[in-house]
Design a protein around this ligand. Structure first.
Ligand code: FAD
Length: 381
């Protein structure tokens, strides 16, 4: 791996930086999970990104991308985080479903679904989890019954991020002849289709975009099935690999947070426990180590490798790094962290609450440790 940027990569970085400086909203938008207004403001931002063709730079040009490689994507992400640009409301589509569609979709499906995903016209939610199927995803009970050229979907999905406001969901369903991992299929459904009911689940921070979804005989065309009938498990595992191992959490967000933590320490150290300095340094080094590790993964993928079970080590690392980093900030701030009126301080507790979900979503860390034990270390079940 060569850690120096080529002149072309440096020129690309300058182009991204220039465009973002000219376009990033001067004032932060309301969070996309907080209200319909916040969500729609972020959708508008996605359309602005599209005017510069920045929706998802790695996708082929004909599907709304720029045809760039993963190192350029990382450079884009670094500049994006550095500029303080709005969070990506379409993240489930562009980072999870999109790469999976590119791998498993037909040409017609790619042409239909990728361009509006890249432009924010259609925002996607992930509908995999069910009340009895989270860690044990192969326990899903929702069904997709073939009927003519359609599927009829029934069941109950839960913990679906942004489903209250999103336009489409990609769900995991049992198709005929199924048993555990076999016979599952990945099928798309519009969240406003007849028979779909979306109920908000209010989070501890007051956000209302999280949801449970009830499906009562929802009819969708077979065109909405990704891959073969019964191939759903294999496709979901490919999606989970992108999610845990690369795309969902690019390193720049932690590097920016670590730099903010270092500044917080410099500003507040006279009134803080000196022992916290070591924690600030540790958080900073972890963020840098994560970035280097992702550069290594990206280089390997460019060279033709596929993401394997090491995605699990990655997922544990970013989620634990995030909690440690924010816990350190809260320790520096002391009781002030909990004051709604403290300028700049309250963001840390908001982000800490978000970080607490990291070891749960995208597959809990206990499950990732099981995967590492069995598939990387070869330990007995
Ligand atoms: C913020 C957030 C956003 C989410 N967004 C989405 C989304 O958009 N779409 C979606 O489909 N889902 C989403 N989820 C759901 C998430 O994927 C599940 O919560 C997760 O997979 C765990 O499943 P569960 O909640 O059913 O817990 P359970 O599976 O019931 O697990 C409970 C506890 O037991 C542990 N455990 C379970 N089995 C084992 C085992 N075999 N060995 C060791 N420990 C075990 C788990 O690690 C966990 O600590 C989200 C969750 C959160 C918190």
């Amino acid at each position: 791996m060569d850690l120096t940027y080529t002149p072309a990569q440096q020129a690309f970085r300058a182009e991204v930086r220039g465009w973002l400086e000219a376009h990033v909203p001067a004032r932060p938008l309301e969070h996309f999970d907080a209200s319909r207004e916040g969500f729609e403001a972020h959708r508008l931002w996605e359309r602005t990104l599209k005017t510069g063709d920045w929706g998802m730079v790695t996708w082929p040009k004909e599907y709304g991308g720029r045809g760039l490689d993963l190192i350029q994507w990382l450079i884009f992400e670094e500049e994006y985080a550095r500029a303080g640009a709005p969070g990506r409301v379409g993240q489930n589509g562009i980072f999870l479903l999109g790469p999976t569609l590119i791998e498993f979709g037909t040409e017609e499906q790619k042409a239909r679904f990728l361009p509006p995903m890249a432009s924010g016209e259609e925002i996607w939610a992930q509908a995999w989890s069910e009340p009895q199927a989270g860690s044990d995803l192969a326990g899903v009970r929702s069904t997709a019954v073939p009927d003519g050229g359609d599927y009829v979907l029934s069941g109950h999905k839960i913990w679906s991020s942004r489903a209250v406001f999103a336009d489409w969901a990609f769900g995991l369903f049992r198709t005929p002849g199924s048993e555990r991992h076999k016979g599952l299929s990945l099928i798309f459904f519009p969240l406003d289709a007849p028979g779909v009911t979306v109920n908000a689940i209010r989070k501890i921070n007051g956000h209302v975009g999280f949801a449970e979804i009830f499906l009562e005989e929802v009819r969708v065309p077979a065109f909405n099935r990704l891959g073969e009938e019964g191939q759903g498990w294999q496709i979901c595992m490919a999606t989970a690999g992108f999610e845990r191992g690369l795309m969902l959490r690019s390193p720049a967000r932690y590097q920016v947070a670590a730099a903010a933590l270092a500044k917080l320490w410099r500003d507040r150290k006279d009134n803080a426990d000196r022992a916290l300095e070591a924690e600030v340094v540790r958080a900073f080094m972890n963020a840098e180590a994560y970035a280097l590790s992702i550069y290594r993964t990206a280089s390997a993928l460019i060279a033709g490798a596929r993401i394997g079970p090491e995605a699990s080590t990655n997922k544990i690392f970013w989620s634990e790094l995030d909690i440690h980093l924010h816990r350190t900030a809260l320790a520096i701030l002391g009781p002030e962290a909990e004051l709604l009126t403290a300028p700049g301080a309250h963001d840390w507790i908001d982000d800490y609450i978000f970080a607490l979900g990291g070891p749960i979503y995208a597959g809990s860390n206990e499950i990732q440790r099981n995967i590492i034990a069995e598939r990387m270390l070869g330990l007995p079940r």
